[in-house]
Design a protein around this ligand. Structure first.
Ligand code: FNR
Length: 375
């Protein structure tokens, strides 16, 4: 551990400004400190704060897991096939560009760069919450990525909690139609909403309501968290109401407690809840135990080795947000380079464990070692 960023050792000096310059987030230089103005551009602040490494979780839960090396894998690397099926299409690797943004000026560039790269590498890509645009029609163009990604699966996105604040099947259809999406993602984010200054916190009855939408909507519904994980019990309840695709978005990566605490000017509450949630490997194992569920393993995956571990723990495919964000503020080529690196790392693992296909990788055993931080 030399030379690399060690955010947990940084002082909190930048917390007062709470911002990191980001090429894509025009108008996002506003101070994200104690101001409570409702006029603030929440989406731009989210991008800026998410780019700051200090809003990442402290622990890398995937480091607890190791593969057994196969010195004689009896495999030619050229034979390795990372493709999988998702939403009825064959995609290049078990990797989804997780839902992030839209609805603010800089988001158009980020979403377009993500979409162009996803199309170039035949991977699915999601957009961030479409709520505000559906409510007031603003910044609709920032979600228009179908032109940049004509053939890959696109995921629309809404907060499930909106189902308690006036949204129903019409708004869900409109979100899907806005981007010609192949699926609608509902995100569950009680921790984020509870810390967010302007958060909406009536989470009652949402499982039934998501099930009702899933029954009516023309495309599949996916349910995800945003960094605190999905438990086995919740996954079973979701399956019982007809939801068959679950994205763990577990603890170990982007910390929405830290991001929203900075926006609220209350760093203390962010630190108290920074480690809240189900570690992604645990969430993947719990959800993968349920027969028939398509499991997207996400939350804190940072490289192709993490992808391989998530698959071996039971995920069908994986997702990443933060690892693509900075590249997406730059250029599509930067995002493509990140994807290629991740796939290269995944292929190295597959060779070294003797897995020719993703199905082979799923059957590969992982071993758990004690938590490096000793608890
Ligand atoms: C997100 N995430 C997110 N998720 C969602 O369902 N709707 C959204 O609008 C957003 N917005 C958003 C903005 C930014 C800037 C980031 C970085 C992330 C959450 C994301 O999809 C993912 O679940 C978490 O970030 C955890 O994955 P990583 O970042 O640890 O790979």
């Amino acid at each position: 551990m030399s030379g690399g960023p060690r955010p947990w050792l940084d002082t909190a000096s930048a917390a007062a400004s709470g911002t990191t310059p980001s090429a894509g987030a025009a108008g996002a230089t506003e101070t994200a400190g104690a101001t409570t103005s409702t006029e603030r551009d929440r989406k731009a602040e989210h991008i800026d704060l998410a780019l700051d490494r200090r809003t990442q979780a402290d622990h890398r839960y995937f480091d607890e897991w190791v593969f057994e090396h196969q010195a004689a894998p009896e495999l030619d690397r050229a034979e390795i096939d990372t493709s999988v099926e998702f939403l009825g299409r064959k995609i290049g690797a078990p990797l989804l560009v997780s839902c992030m943004t839209g609805g603010t000026e800089g988001a158009y560039r980020i979403n377009t760069n993500l979409a162009l790269a996803a199309e170039a590498r035949n991977l699915p890509v999601g957009v961030g919450s479409q709520r505000k645009t559906l409510e007031d029609g603003s910044h609709r163009e920032t979600f228009q990525i179908r032109e940049a990604a004509p053939t890959v699966p696109l995921l629309a996105n809404l907060g499930a909690v909106q189902l308690n604040y006036g949204f129903g099947i019409e708004e869900c259809r409109a979100a899907v139609e806005m981007i010609s999406a192949d699926a609608l993602v509902f995100h569950l984010n009680p921790l984020q909403e509870a810390i967010q200054p302007e958060g909406q916190t009536d989470f009652s009855g949402l499982i039934e309501k998501m099930g009702a939408i899933a029954a009516e909507l023309e495309v599949p519904v996916i349910v995800k968290e945003v960094g605190s994980g999905i438990s086995g019990d919740l996954a079973r309840a979701l399956v019982a109401v007809g939801i068959g695709i679950i994205d763990t978005a577990g603890q170990g990566g982007t910390s929405w407690a830290r991001i929203e605490a900075r926006r609220a000017g209350d760093l203390e509450i962010g630190e108290l809840f920074a480690d809240w949630g189900i570690p992604t490997p645990d969430s993947i194992r719990a959800v993968a135990d349920i027969p028939g569920v398509t499991v997207i393993g996400s939350g804190g995956l940072r490289n192709g080795l993490d992808v391989a571990k998530a698959i071996a723990l039971g995920a069908d495919l994986t997702g990443m947000a933060y690892p693509f964000l900075e590249a997406a503020t730059e250029a599509p080529e930067s995002v493509v380079a990140r994807i290629d690196r991740i796939v290269q790392e995944l292929e190295i693992v597959m060779l070294c464990v003797g897995a020719r296909t993703i199905e082979d990788l799923k059957r590969t055993t992982l071993y758990r070692r004690p938590r490096p931080w000793g608890r």
